[in-house]
Write a protein that binds this ligand. Structure first.
Ligand code: SF4
Length: 735
């Protein structure tokens, strides 16, 4: 036993596996024990596939297949044949799920018909009757989408198109009204003109049916005498014609009536892009046209109301948009959509993303991450580069004016309304989504759900328009058991004596990582005969501070292909990552008001002062003699209450490196990078203790990693530091 424990400890510290004590897990086909019930997803009822409902832009824009079927059954499966209907319709639901998981695509109606056709062979009439009645109860239709690599972009495009369609309809209605009114002004001007009162024009206006019934020459003479001849000033006529020309040539929305046909004279712009640089370039190129159209709309409104004054407005509109437009000027125009994969977000593209987010432009960005467990180049077992998307999302929140939504694919259905809010938000929005599509060996749904459950990729949203403080803007509650470090789930299994055993298991980052075959070398199976008390669960190991050699090693429960329970020990590198993941989760908890250190500190202070007051009152009551009026008169005045005087914010130069210390969330990111340069004060909040203790690259890296984007790197102190050009670009959003 001693030798076994020593082998376990050696593996924990070094990652080496002595063959006689430990087994490699490569090829054993192990999966985390809590995955045991999710081997065949098509047999389970869960949110996927999703129905991307056509023609909706509200909470019904996406529905789960199970939800639809439940709704239909609740409506029609009543009375004596309820159970029979339920059985038949659930069988069909499973068949649709199997078809979609197998790669079938199409609308809900098509896949329903296909699944029904497959099941109809050999089925009796009651089966057909059940399906017919259930189908009649489902009104929605649209494409079905599974939880796969394509889902994040597909879902976001679907929602974005619905929001843009609504916008286009409102814009078109307004523009058509303006065009009609402006045309009416020109028409009535023409009718007052000599040409408009000519016999020829009057005859043409009446039409051929009555051509002989009137004397148009006499009518023309009469009108010429009776009606005033004050025509529109030429400058106004020209202005209105120009406005109509601008409206007719605009490319921001399709022409009235229908989407532009192929070969139409004016082709509308496309607003969907697959790179930040392309979207930004298009935005800049179209900006003069957008200003021209916004200006024309403003002038048209004045013309229609007869309030345009050349003396007053000409000079004003000459300068229109010279200083850029306000967010409300952009509001009626289409929002841009960029769908970009984190794997392609390198160098210049990342800088462009930062520019979009910090510029306030109405550009919505989907940042899709397929591989959260990609190893960092800086060290084996380090997940740093896989965490880049999380850092970008955190940084975007620090900018204060960006709508940020982070979610695993598995949770997108539950975040559908938040997604719509982000798309309708006036400024930039970032949707950071982990698809689970690149982890080896597991279905994307399972990996994305596990990433969220294990705190590797928690879900949250930050809505700057929801209120003035974090409590109203930040939402973290979509994660399970949000107040705990790791969610606890019940797990039941059969032991060697075939007895049923139930226990509570924490699902940690290590369980998530253990599901990915690429990390097999950080794990070692302990043969059953060598199980001993030196193995403790990972969550327990994480609560221990190691001093000297450990006497216990962390382990996770896994199951093999036959669902036989296995114990697997973990090396120290993964434990370090789990600790880091937990710290990041703590920072999010703080932002979400869970275990908030400031609130807890305040509470402790208030409690202490309340206890002291109570104590004092008790002592006074116990010793007090009846106070005389004289005593009362000479009693010393109560000391004036100490008043906290807020320190004025120091004036900062953008060249100076500093941290907005009072906002520090104590996440350790900066201190992990350089604990000489970044140091905690007595309140456990970071400040720059020694600017010369590190490089500008470290300052920039810390700024990028900071959970709340409060590190301002300033300007480099060493002009010879390598890579300064690139570093300065990266530092820009934090200056
Ligand atoms: S200043 Fe440092 S410790 Fe504080 S939140 Fe930012 S990175 Fe974390």
């Amino acid at each position: 036993m001693e030798a076994d424990t020593q082998a376990h400890v050696a593996f924990f510290l070094t990652g080496r596996r002595p063959g006689e004590h430990l087994d490699a897990i490569e090829g054993l086909n192990l999966r985390p024990a809590l995955f045991a019930g999710y081997r065949e997803l098509t047999q389970l009822r869960y949110d996927f596939p999703l129905l991307l409902v056509a023609g909706r832009a509200d909470a019904q824009i996406v529905q789960s297949l199970s939800g639809l079927i439940d709704g239909a059954l609740a409506a029609v499966a009543t009375g004596g044949d309820a159970e029979r209907m339920r059985k038949h319709v659930l069988r069909l639901e499973q068949e649709i799920r199997t078809l979609v998981a197998g790669g079938a695509s199409g609308s809900f109606s098509e896949l329903w018909a296909k699944a029904a056709g497959r099941l109809a062979k050999g089925a009796d009439k009651s089966f057909e009757d059940s399906l017919r009645r259930a189908r009649a109860a489902i009104k929605a239709d649209g494409e079905l989408a599974d939880c796969d690599a394509a889902l994040p972009a597909r879902l976001l495009r679907h929602a974005w198109s619905a929001v843009q369609k609504q916008k286009a309809e409102a814009f078109r209605k307004d523009l058509d009204r303006q065009m009609l009114k402006l045309s009416d002004i020109l028409k009535s001007d023409h009718e007052r003109s000599e040409a408009g009162r000519s016999a020829k024009h009057l005859k043409a206006a009446v039409g051929t049916g009555f051509g002989d019934a009137f004397d148009f020459d006499a009518m023309s003479n009469m009108l010429n005498k009776a009606l005033p001849k004050d025509a529109l000033p030429e400058s106004r006529r020209r202005r209105i014609r120009d406005l109509l020309a601008v409206f007719g040539a605009q490319q921001f929305f399709p022409a009235a009536g229908a989407p532009a046909k192929k070969g139409a004279a004016v082709k509308p712009y496309s607003f969907a892009f697959d790179s930040c640089s392309a979207a930004l370039a298009a935005f800049r190129e179209r900006m003069p046209k957008l200003v021209e159209l916004a200006r024309a709309i403003a002038i048209a409104e004045l013309e229609i109301d007869g309030e345009y004054s050349e003396a007053k407005h000409d000079a004003l509109f000459e300068q229109f948009g010279a200083n850029g437009l306000d967010p409300q000027d952009f509001a009626p125009f289409p929002d841009y959509l960029v769908c970009v994969n984190a794997a392609k977000l390198l160098g210049e593209e990342q800088a462009q993303l930062m520019e979009i987010l910090s510029s306030g432009l109405p550009i919505k960005v989907l940042l899709q991450l397929d591989d959260l467990l990609e190893e960092s180049s800086v060290g084996e077992g380090s997940l740093t580069s896989g965490m880049r998307s999380r850092q970008i999302a955190n940084m975007a929140m620090g900018l204060n004016e960006v709508y940020v939504l982070q979610s695993a694919s598995s949770n997108l259905y539950h975040f559908r309304e938040r997604m719509l809010h982000g798309l309708a938000y006036r400024g930039p929005a970032l949707f950071s989504v982990y698809s689970g599509a690149k982890a080896s060996g597991m279905p994307p749904y399972l990996m994305s759900a596990a990433a969220m459950e294990s705190r590797a990729f928690p879900a949250f949203s930050y809505d700057p328009s929801a209120g003035a403080n974090w409590a109203s803007r930040f939402y973290l509650e979509a994660n399970s058991q949000v107040e705990l470090d790791w969610p606890i789930q019940g797990f039941a299994y059969e032991d060697e004596e075939h007895q049923r055993v139930s226990e509570d298991l924490a699902f940690t980052l290590v369980d998530f990582v253990a599901a990915d075959r690429r990390y097999a070398r950080h794990l070692a199976r302990v043969p059953r005969e060598k199980w001993n008390g030196s193995m403790i669960p990972v969550d327990e190991a994480l609560t221990r501070e190691r001093k000297g050699l450990p006497d216990k090693v962390p382990s996770v429960l896994m199951v093999d292909a036959d669902n036989v329970l296995q114990k697997v020990i973990v090396d120290e590198r993964l434990i370090r990552e789990a600790r880091r993941c937990r710290e990041m989760w703590h920072s999010l908890q703080e932002l979400g008001g869970v275990h908030n250190s400031h609130a807890e500190k305040l509470l402790a202070r208030e409690r202490k002062s309340w206890e002291e007051r109570m104590q004092q009152q008790a002592e006074t009551a116990a010793t007090a003699a009846p106070a005389t009026a004289q005593e009362a008169a000479v009693a010393p005045a109560a000391p004036a209450e100490a008043t906290a005087v807020a320190e004025p914010e120091p004036e900062r130069s953008p060249d100076e490196a500093y941290i907005d210390t009072p906002r520090c969330a104590t996440c350790n990111e900066c201190t992990n990078i350089n604990d000489k340069m970044f140091v905690y004060n007595d309140d456990k909040q970071a400040y720059i203790a020694d600017i010369n203790a590190g490089t500008y690259a470290q300052l920039v890296e810390a700024a990028e990693n900071c959970q709340v984007a409060i590190i301002h790197p300033g300007k480099p102190r060493n002009p010879n530091e390598p890579g300064l050009e690139e570093l300065l670009k990266r530092a820009e959003p934090f200056l």
